[in-house]
Design a protein around this ligand. Sequence first.
Ligand SMILES: Nc1ncnc2c1ncn2[C@@H]1O[C@H](COP(=O)(O)OP(=O)(O)O)[C@@H](O)[C@H]1O
Ligand SMILES: [Mg+2]
Length: 271
Amino acid sequence: MAKVLVVTSGKGGVGKTTSSAALGAALAQTGQNVVVVDFDVGLRNLDLIMGAERRVVFDLVNVVQGDAKLAQALIRDKRVETLSLLPASQTRDKDALTPEGVERVIDELRAKFDWIVCDSPAGIERGATLAMRHADMAVVVTNPEVSSVRDSDRIIGLLDSKTAKAEAGEKVEKHLLLTRYDAMRAARGEMLKVEDVLEILAIPLLGIIPDSEEVLRASNVGCPVTLHNPISAPARAYADAARRLMGEIIEVVTPIERKGLMSRLFGRKVA
Ligand SMILES: Nc1ncnc2c1ncn2[C@@H]1O[C@H](COP(=O)(O)OP(=O)(O)O)[C@@H](O)[C@H]1O
Ligand SMILES: [Mg+2]
């Protein structure tokens, strides 16, 4: 049975698009048939992160409005055969997505893929609620800071009230993905600790992604970090998170970025 997974957060810039690409690629690398869908109409970031921006011809809005067939808009990844992208439109207005149109496209995708990963826009308005509407599962992306945690709490409320599952009296399966985590800054009290975030949000922890230059390097060349540098700390953390989504039980470890001793000492001294 196909699973619809929304990657959501409330707050912008926390790592939703990065995580959609990395988790989508990691799931596809295990042989699952995956499509990542860019619901961030207007921004259109996912195709850049996935290195497909020059291949976009039709997009989600075209398919929702019936101007293109799904097959015309889907872009098959050049690196992983089982990974596809349904890009967002850059130009049209945000109301271009209709609830009926989105439902039809999700149904069509369910027939073709094992996983439909929906990259949500920021906010708690229409765009975000449309992206989560048909979700079976949610990855709530949160940074270890108070404002991000608070917005995640609001999103969890929406997942429990505004989704098709919630309206049918069922639950969306929720997972917390803590991203841009810096163990040293957390130890110094400059960031919330993992336990603090877990206590506030009270949903199961899917993984902890370190704040890492590897993520920036990968996105600069248009490649999900799990493909670009599979042995890097963030790639391994995303790969484990993907396996947990598939039901495997793997212990969550707090990732420590391997930095040089000098930079570690220096980092402590200036703090
Ligand atoms: N683990 C990480 N380490 C370092 N930078 C990150 C990490 N995750 C995301 N970023 C950076 O943070 C910025 C926002 O990420 P993005 O995925 O676009 O967030 P969102 O989709 O939630 O707005 C980007 O510049 C991205 O490269
Ligand atoms: Mg985004």
